[in-house]
Every structure is written in C-alpha cells, then in structure tokens.
Design a binder for this molecule. Structure first.
Ligand SMILES: [Zn+2]
Length: 295
C-alpha cells in the first residue's frame, strides 16, 4: 500500500488488489476537512483505512464517488462505519443503490462472475449517510474546494470533481482507463454505455482547461487537455466502428479485431502488447450500443 503526493493537498493511495498494484487509485483531498474519492471495493477500502490510520487521519468528512460501480464505491459502507462523521456523496441516480446494493451486485456478477468475490463484503450505506450531489455543487473542504460536474457516458451516474486551484480534475472512469503501464487511455464501457454522452462529457472536461487528469484506473496525468483530445478522438472512432460492426453483423470478437485494425495507436502497440481482457471489457458497451442503434 502506498500514499503519494500529487500536490501538497492531493494524494493518491494505491492498495494492491489481488496482488496487483495500480488497479484503482483512491484520491485523498485535504483541506481543513478531508475527503477521499473512490474508496474502492471493500477489499481495497480496508487498505485505504490502514493508510489513513498510518498517516494520522482521525477524522474523515466525505467519501466522494465518481460513480457507484462496486470497484469504486463498494467499500463506502466500511468508510462511514470507520468514520462516524463522514457522508457518502454520489449522483442522485446512484443513491438508492448505495443504500441497497442488491441490483449492483447482480449486475457485477453477470459481468464478472466469481471475480466479484475479490471485492469482499458487499453491504449498504445507511440512508442518512448518503448525500445526493447536484451538478455544479461546490464541496468546501476549507482551503480547498471541489466542484461536482456530471459527466455521464461510462454510466448514467458518473460525476467528476474539479479542483480549480491546481486545475486538477478527478474523472473516475468517465474518460476510460490506462491500458497496461503507461499505455493509451481507452474508453471502458460496461453496458449500458452511451458513447455520445461520453463525448459530450469529455468536451465539458476539455472546457475546464485542466492541467492534471486523475484517472481511477490509474493515476494522475499531466497535459490533461492533450490527453482528453486524444481520448475524444478515440471515443468518436470507436462509436463509428461500433455502428459499422453492427451493420456487418460482427460479434464481439469481430468488433475487437476491427478496433485493433483501425485504431492507429493500438495497431502500433501490436496485438501482443494489448491486455486482451481489459480491451474487450472496454468494448462490450460499444458493441451493444452499435447493435442497439441498428434496431
Ligand atoms: Zn465504472
């Protein structure tokens, strides 16, 4: 487990998950009050709590979720149990599922099968500890503020957090994940995925002129606008290819091959270097979207 400073008030906690590090970054924002962004699934949250204890955090005020997928917010119940004065902030569309996670669990089970056992205990957050965020809302931590920006696409309940002083934006999965170590950022699209909303959200993020992009899977990236422009291009390309794949009746394998062929950067990396599972997982929602657009 490691805690690394990004600025004097922002750090990233990396807790290895099933032996692998750099899976999901939990960001820590410190003003007079303290917030964490995406405590991860319960198995990771235990490590985050350890890191907070080790670094002397007696109080925690806010558990901010980029969205409610279990690999980001599944351990929220454990955070509010450990810190009785903290609240969980999430998009209103996600609030009911934080209180009763049974549908989330079913969905994750369908997508990941037994791999969700790696997440640890799945449990609900008490109703009175869940705060529904409004778009544009400012969370004042004293000496540092975070503004909520709804950024749907990856999910309908995705929201980013904008820190204007250091021009840092925490995007969760709204723009995708980093492929391999330092590879390109590729969209990740568990169904239902809406690529058009995803591109609108990327435009909204570009509009902030951010300097640092904090991606959940994984890490802070400088040159944020340049990254976002590249991700936008890729999202538009994949959307177009998903429609083409549906027209030509391609299955997921076929669509996967088409993307590898048409996406120059992935093509250059070569098939051998592309972590297949993560790329295909990223394509599933695009593939379904293409088929849905056909009907
Ligand atoms: Zn997600």
């Amino acid at each position: 487990m490691s805690l690394q400073h990004i600025t004097d008030k922002i750090s990233v906690i990396d807790v290895p998950l099933s032996g692998a590090s750099r899976v999901l970054g939990t960001y820590l924002v410190e003003g007079e009050k303290t917030a964490v962004i995406d405590p991860g699934p319960t198995s990771q949250t235990l490590g985050v709590l350890d890191a907070l204890q080790t670094h002397g955090f007696r109080e925690l005020d806010a558990v901010l979720l980029s969205h409610i997928h279990l690999d980001h917010g599944g351990g929220s119940w454990k955070m509010v149990e450990a810190y009785p004065n903290s609240f969980v902030y999430c998009h209103p569309r996600g609030a009911a599922h934080m209180i009763d996670p049974s549908l989330l669990k079913e969905g994750a089970q369908r997508l990941f099968g037994d791999r969700i056992l790696e997440y640890g205990t799945i449990s609900g957050v008490p109703r009175d500890r869940v705060m529904e965020s409004a778009d544009g809302e400012v969370i004042d931590l004293g000496g540092i503020v975070l503004q909520v920006l709804w950024t749907p696409g990856h999910s309908s309940h995705s929201q980013s957090y904008w820190e204007p002083d250091s021009r840092t934006v925490f995007v969760g999965d709204a723009v995708g994940h980093v492929m391999g170590e330092g590879g390109p950022v590729v969209p990740v699209s568990p169904p239902p995925h809406n690529p058009l909303k995803g591109v609108e959200s990327i435009d909204r993020l570009i509009g902030l002129s951010p300097e640092t992009l904090c991606i959940a899977h994984f890490g802070p990236h400088g040159n944020a606008v340049e990254h976002l422009r590249r991700i936008r291009e890729r999202s538009v390309l994949w959307e177009r290819l998903s429609i083409q794949a549906a027209k030509e009746g391609m299955d997921l394998e076929g669509f996967h091959a088409l993307v590898l062929e048409e996406d120059d950067e992935l093509n250059r990396m070569g098939k051998a270097d592309s972590p297949e599972r993560s790329l295909k997982g990223g394509l599933l929602g695009f593939h379904r979207y293409g088929k849905w657009m056909q009907n």
